[in-house]
Design a binder for this molecule. Sequence first.
Ligand SMILES: Cc1ncc(COP(=O)(O)O)c(C=O)c1O
Length: 390
Amino acid sequence: MNTPTPRRAIRRRTQGTGLGNPQAIRTAHPDRSDPSDASGDEPSVGVVISGCDYLGLSDDPVIRRAWLEASAIGPLQTGASRATTGDHPLYRHAEATIAGFLGEPAAVLTATGYLASLAVAQGLRDRATQVLVDGSAHNCVQDGARLSGLPVITFAPGDPKALRAALRGLPRSARPLVATDGVHGIRGGMAPLAEYLRALPVAGWLWVDDAHGLGSVGPTGRGSPEVFGLRDSRLIRSVTFSKALGVAGGAVIGEAALMEHLRSRAGAYLGSSAPPLAVAAAIAAAVGRVHRLPGRVRRLQDWAVRFSKALPARPEILNDPRTPVTAIHPGDAAQAQRLTEALSRAGFIPPWIRYPGGPGDGFFRIALKATHSRSQIDRLARAIRAGFKA
Ligand SMILES: Cc1ncc(COP(=O)(O)O)c(C=O)c1O
């Protein structure tokens, strides 16, 4: 589909607003009322409904302070892989904090979430016998599976029956690594983790890339396994801190002996520097913020349910009330244009993107944030309804 349409509209709308400077983007904040609601005026700059800062922590003062203090008092970086001379107590602290928050024995920090995924697959390549990948998994999971060098079997997205059939085809001695996203970051659905785990043999692992689940789903923001009440030593998670936690960096979390094994086997850990020390400090602070701000997590989840109820039931709209992500794949360029105009008129920056694994050659990816106001959520749903009616 021809995509300049939404882009043209954004340019028109943001002329002279300073939007070239990201600082100028007005993001909603729970403590501030929405000026456009109070006055009836259009906001001068569009409200951001894209990205992955689901909890609005990317400008959190406590996390910022942790970041700044760490960079003020110590070296910026240790200058080597942690497996050689580059380890530091701040890395260990960040690992203990995320493992403790998730109620898991251990964690291994990586510079990004992408590397965390590669590290899982590399770390298990001498333990597992094949990787079974949910067909909708993020490309870092698919890349990890390929780089493991193990045989890779892809099963139908979100389909436990297809997984069971694939598992039945394996020899009795198999030790399969089943890999999936927890929350799908493009269309917002969730993998049926409980069913995947039930299908798994005792000598297997379920690897959940919970990049979009950490902080955003589960009653206390502990992610996709919390949604299903899962506790299992065969569960391995990879996460990123660049989404709901608003920072950067990644981690693998799971059973202690396996995490130690991964440190000695995974090239993505051994041959790569850890994140800057300030990032490690900020990660620990961000995890603490999620723990201490349960109201933020609840608010995000309330918005997701409220928004979902207010959306029209249409095949173009992919929405799951458990998650903050909605994808809208317009049927044609004219519909994309109508939605763009309806969103712009209502004061939102139309979140038109292209992404590997996303529908068609472009779509609107809407990300709700805890920092949006209730009236913004309602206005957003109204705008979408209007865009489809026009
Ligand atoms: C599902 C998923 N996993 C992993 C990543 C990678 O995380 P990072 O940006 O920290 O490398 C992303 C990022 O977009 C993602 O969507």
